[in-house]
Structure formats: C-alpha cells, structure tokens
Design a protein around this ligand. Structure first.
Ligand code: ADP
Length: 396
C-alpha cells in the first residue's frame, strides 16, 4: 500500500509518499509560505528536486498541488488517488488522551482539538492539514500519529512536577515529552541492530537535532524523557534554553524590561547554543568550525550542550538502574562525531569505550563502542516518516 505522510505546520507542509511493502520513498517534498504566497518543492524517487511558485492561500490548495504533482503524467509516481491507500498525519500533542496512534474519526478530531491549548502553535495547524486532506481525499482512511504518545507510559513519578497537584488536575500540567515517534523508532531499531531483546533492555535514546530530547526506554517502554509540558525543557538546544532556574525569568524580565511573552521569546528563540555562542550560530557545523578555530563562545556552546546531554544520560542510567545501549540520532546525533565523542568522554564510569574510527563515520547504522565496551553505543538514523507510514498501515 502507498501511504501519504503529512507533517503540517502553520505555513508549511512536508510530505512523503511511501510504499509500505518495499518501504521506498516514491516521492517527497515541501510546501512553503502557505497563506503568504506559496511554493512547492517536489522530488520523485530517482528524479530531480524541482521548486516552483504556486499560489497557496490555504492548506487546501497546498495539498491539491501535492496531489497534482504525485499524479502528474510526467513527474508523478501514481496514476490516480486510488493508488494512495491511506494518509498518516503527524500530530504534535495528544495530551493524555492518546497513548497510541489512531484512525481519525470525528471524535478523534474533537479530542485533538481539546489538546490545542497544550500546543497552540502546532495542533491547530495539524488539524488544518487533516481537514484539507479529508476534503480532497474523501474515503481515504487517515491516521493520527502523535509526538507525545510514546511517552505516555511514563510513571507518575516521572511526569509529575513539584507543583501544586491541582495544576495537574485542573490544567493538565505534567511532563508529556516530544519526538516520541523518533524515540520509539530508534529504540526499537537499536535493539534489533544491536541484537538486544527489546522486552528486556535498557536503552537511552539521544535525539539531538535543532530541537533535542533524551528518553529512557525500559523493556521497550518510555519511562522518562527530557522535554516537558512543552519542548522547552531539558537539553540545551539550537535556540532553546532547556532546563534552568525558573527564577531567572523574573530576574531577566526586570533587568531587560520584558513581559512574559518577551522572556519566553528569549528562552525559545535566542537561547541555546545560539545564545551561548553569542549569536555565532545554532548550527553545529558552524560551532565545530568556530571551536576548532579558537572561538571561545563556540567552544562554550559545544561544552554546555554536551555536558547537559551527558548529565541526562547519567540520570537515566540511574532511573533504569543501568543501561545496555545508548543510541544517538537526528541531525547532530547522526552526523557529529565530535559531539558524540565529547558526550561519551563523561561516561567512562559506565564502562563505555569508544571506537574512535567508527565514530568518525556518519549517517548510517553504526556501532561506535568497542567490542569490550560494557554499554553498546550506536548511531541510528531516525526516520519519522517511515515510522508514521508503518503505524498508519498497521491501523488501516
Ligand atoms: P530538526 O528536525 O529539529 O530541525 P535536525 O534533526 O534536522 O533538526 O538537525 C538539524 C541540525 O543538525 C543542524 O542544525 C545542525 O546543527 C546539525 N547537523 C547537520 N549536519 C551536521 C554535520 N555534518 N555536522 C554537525 N552537525 C550537523
């Protein structure tokens, strides 16, 4: 079956058409600047990537262009919509309502809408994408795959904050975690790749991208993760602060004459490695180059980032009373041997020894620990679209 995977943002929409039998990507692309002017980038399997301007006042036009491209006589990969068996939609927040992916019904749509408060920038956009697809592809089954679902197995002690309990009861304030599709995919794949029994394993997944999070996966289930009510908590990220003393907010608000929205903007967009590096870059390629050429702020950003990752790995080894494997994934985790090496330099006490040569490679399934290392360390490229396609096929 061919599955159309849709990841819809407020002004953009990423898509892939995946053949679920061969798991080949038949075509992929991106609509940008929806509601502003609009462009479609489209690439069929083995073909060239072509970007063209298209008027996209709403997501409905954007999805119509995607369908047109997929079924085009020259560049299309299917003859008609009939060859698309299902659509898998990424939905950011499923609150406590969704611990698994679900087939989309009217009740499901209403329940997703009830989670809008928890992800006001993302969920409404995800819903717009679903509605637009339903309009253009009536009769095609659709599935919602949630970023938060995999983390719903966390025990209460991991998801409750040290706040008045009423905030949890009244406002659903708790740890939810994000990147769940990736943590689920990578933990399962890591177990298989490393020859571990998933159901009897302790795996730590470090999803290190522009947004970054870590999870502790015990016997195949998430027991803790670093992002919280929102994706701001946890690791130091590209532009997000991650964990910090909450009192800093009031202190900075007074010093810089900012209101809450102003402080939140700083914490989300001007902090992280971008802020620490004095605005050099949020991209680790630039930071590594900066560090190598003696820029002290780039070095500080790299060190702060890697130290935080190492601290989380240590705390999750404590949560699970041990660790069998650590899997690095996402843009930085898959590509930066320097970051992996810096993180692992803190973890000798776990009996980890690094295979320096293997660690220089990137972008493929790799074991980067030595044969006698007590904990296996791997690089596992994540593939959220494939994970969404698999979940979709399993449900329809
Ligand atoms: P997101 O999905 O959160 O936008 P990605 O997982 O795509 O993030 O990761 C993007 C980040 O990966 C970039 O900002 C960059 O820091 C990092 N990255 C990509 N390639 C490399 C590389 N070769 N070396 C170091 N870092 C890299």
């Amino acid at each position: 079956m061919n599955v159309l995977v849709i990841n819809c943002g407020s002004s953009s929409l990423k898509f892939q058409l995946i053949n679920s039998d061969t798991e080949a990507v038949l075509a992929k692309g991106l609509c940008e600047r929806i509601g502003i002017d609009g462009s479609l980038t489209y690439q069929p399997e083995g073909g060239e990537k072509v970007k063209s301007d298209k008027a996209m006042p709403t997501h409905t036009e954007a999805i119509q262009f995607v369908i047109d491209a997929l079924t085009d006589d020259n560049t299309g990969v299917v003859k008609s919509l009939d060859e698309i068996g299902a659509v898998g939609h990424r939905v950011v927040h499923g609150g406590e309502k969704f611990a698994k992916s679900v087939v989309i019904t009217d009740e499901v749509l209403a329940a997703i809408e009830e989670c809008n408060d928890l992800a006001p920038l993302h969920n409404p956009a995800n819903l717009i994408g679903i509605h637009a697809c339903q309009k253009l592809m009536p009769g095609t089954p659709m599935v919602a795959v949630f970023d938060t679902a995999f983390h719903q197995t966390m025990p209460e002690k991991a998801y409750l904050y040290g706040l008045p309990y009423e905030y949890y009861e009244k406002y659903a304030v708790r740890r939810y975690g994000f990147h769940g599709t990736s943590h689920s995919f990578v933990s399962k794949h890591a177990a298989k790749f490393l020859g571990l029994d998933l159901k009897a394993s302790k795996i730590i997944v470090a999803h290190l991208g522009n947004g970054a999070s870590i999870s502790a996966v015990l016997n195949g289930e998430c027991v803790d993760t670093s992002m919280g009510l929102t994706p701001l908590e946890g690791l130091v990220m590209g532009t997000r602060s991650g964990d910090m003393d909450p009192a800093i907010m009031e202190y900075i608000a007074k010093k810089e004459d900012l209101d809450i929205a102003g402080v939140m903007n700083v914490l989300n967009k001007k902090s992280g490695v971008l802020g620490v590096s004095k605005n050099l870059s949020s991209d680790f390629r630039d930071l590594e180059e900066g560090m190598d050429s003696g820029n002290q702020y780039a070095k500080a950003a790299m060190e702060v980032f890697c130290y935080r990752v190492a601290k989380y790995i240590g705390s999750y080894a404590a949560s699970m009373n041990g660790v069998d494997a650590i899997a690095f994934t996402a843009g930085i985790g898959e590509n930066s041997g320097t970051v992996r090496k810096m993180v692992l330099s803190y973890l000798g006490y776990l009996g980890i020894t690094v295979d320096e040569e293997a660690n220089k490679k990137r972008g493929e399934d790799l074991v980067i620990s030595t044969a006698d290392s007590k904990v296996k360390v791997a690089v596992i490229p994540t593939n959220e679209e494939l994970a969404i396609a698999r979940e979709t096929v399993a449900l329809v």
